[in-house]
Design a protein around this ligand. Sequence first.
Ligand code: TMP
Length: 219
Amino acid sequence: MTTGFFITLEGGEGAGKSTQIKLLEERLSAHNIEVVRTREPGGVPSAEDIRNLLVNGETDKWLPLTETLLHFAARHEHIARLVEPALIEGKWVLCDRFADSTTAYQGYAQSMDMKTISTLYELAVGNLKPDLTIILDLPVEVGLERAEERDVGGTRYERMGIEFHQTLRDGFLQIAEDNPGRCSVIDATQSIDAISVQIFALVEERFLSSVTPSKGQTV
Ligand code: TMP
């Protein structure tokens, strides 16, 4: 059975993931590909409720394990209720953040044990892995400034301090180095158009040649 592709966008605060994911959705839709655009934490009502617990309030509100469990609880709802069914129907799922964010934020930046993270992944997600992960990379100061412009006062994570965000950036780059077959890093200081062209080129190279006409797609 053919399923759709699962593509995730990752990066620190203010990297432009949401803009890029919308542009990718437009480009794929223009190729008659059925796309589901979603995000984590969230994507379905139950997971959006958990998101509110995570992104609001004091920075030290959760212990690292509780915080990690909450992200995986939200992820389990999202995967089981939206992502897996969509992939089975042959739709492409574009997800704004996924489990690499847990590795970077909770693992690298909040010192949560990596083994616990992979055990929880198996439990909450199972075997599913993204087919492609695009990591938008940019200097921490630039990203935080952009995020502050968008969201005055900042979310709980945006208020976690510059050192936290630097560790996070290094964490994402390490994830890319550890997973060269799945991850591609793009310089997010470039223009919106330049980034969008690079993302689409990656997607085209990897997947569009393998889309069969039986899926009703013209490529
Ligand atoms: P967003 O605002 O980029 O959509 O993401 C919400 C915040 O949640 C963002 O600051 C990163 C954080 N986050 C984690 O800490 N761990 C995770 O596993 C995910 C998916 C997001």
